[in-house]
Write a protein of this length. Structure first.
Length: 225
């Protein structure tokens, strides 16, 4: 996990420098960008293991950068934002962020979240296992999900959620159980709802398999193959 490359996208030099110092002290390598254009250039050239992305950066802004990343790859992204409105938080999650941190924040907290997100993503990539439920397929070794043979573009968080559902088809997961998948990074059950809503949309024609269980949570309908 340490030794990985973290792209810091932050236009406030003081904040970027502090994050860089703490990450390097933990053994990470870093790249920095102060605007959206440079961020995408560095992301495409260096393919970092994770992106720390401030939303309020010079054009294109953080949301546009996140959209661009999600169109091309499942690189883990942690959003940094001074926006405190719930709609902005959920918007970041629904666009595919794996976690978010609101300003002001502790650099140590950000490093802890970086480690947690990378730990989840790396664990998925190492597991040589496949699941098939209905017309959904999940290949953990290749980090691929398919619906009716068509590849799905999932974030690391969405992939982890789908793995939990596909490992136990038909099981009704409470929001509390799903919250445990996020560890201490998830603030409340509304975060789970946002991630599940986004996952259902990303499943395309197979989205109907992900059902809401009233008063409980969610389940994946279908038989394993």
């Amino acid at each position: 996990m340490t030794g990985g490359l973290i792209l810091i996208v932050e236009d406030e030099a003081r904040i970027a420098e502090v994050l860089e110092r703490f990450l390097r002290a933990e053994g990470f390598r870093t790249e920095r960008a102060a605007d959206g254009r440079r961020a995408l250039e560095l992301w495409r050239a260096a393919r970092p293991d994770l992106v720390l992305l401030d939303l309020m950066i010079p054009p294109p802004d953080g949301l546009e950068v996140l959209r661009a990343i999600r169109r091309e790859a499942p690189t883990p992204v942690i959003v940094l934002t001074a926006r405190v409105e719930e709609i902005d938080r959920l918007l970041g999650l629904e666009l595919g962020a794996d976690d978010y941190v609101t300003k002001p924040f502790s650099a140590r907290e950000v490093v802890a979240r970086v480690k947690a997100v990378l730990r989840r993503a790396n664990g998925q990539l190492r597991a040589p296992q496949r699941y098939r439920v209905g017309e959904l397929e999940l290949d953990l070794e290749a980090f691929q999900a398919r619906c009716r043979g068509q590849a799905l573009a999932l974030t690391a968080t969405q992939f982890r959620l789908l793995q939990a559902f596909m490992a136990h088809p038909g099981k009704a997961f409470s929001r509390g159980e799903l919250l445990d998948l996020f560890g201490e990074e998830a603030p409340d059950e509304r975060t789970v709802d946002a991630h599940v809503k986004n996952l259902r949309a990303r499943l395309g024609e197979c989205g109907g398999l992900l059902e809401t269980v009233r008063g409980v949570g969610y389940r994946l309908a279908g038989e394993p193959r």
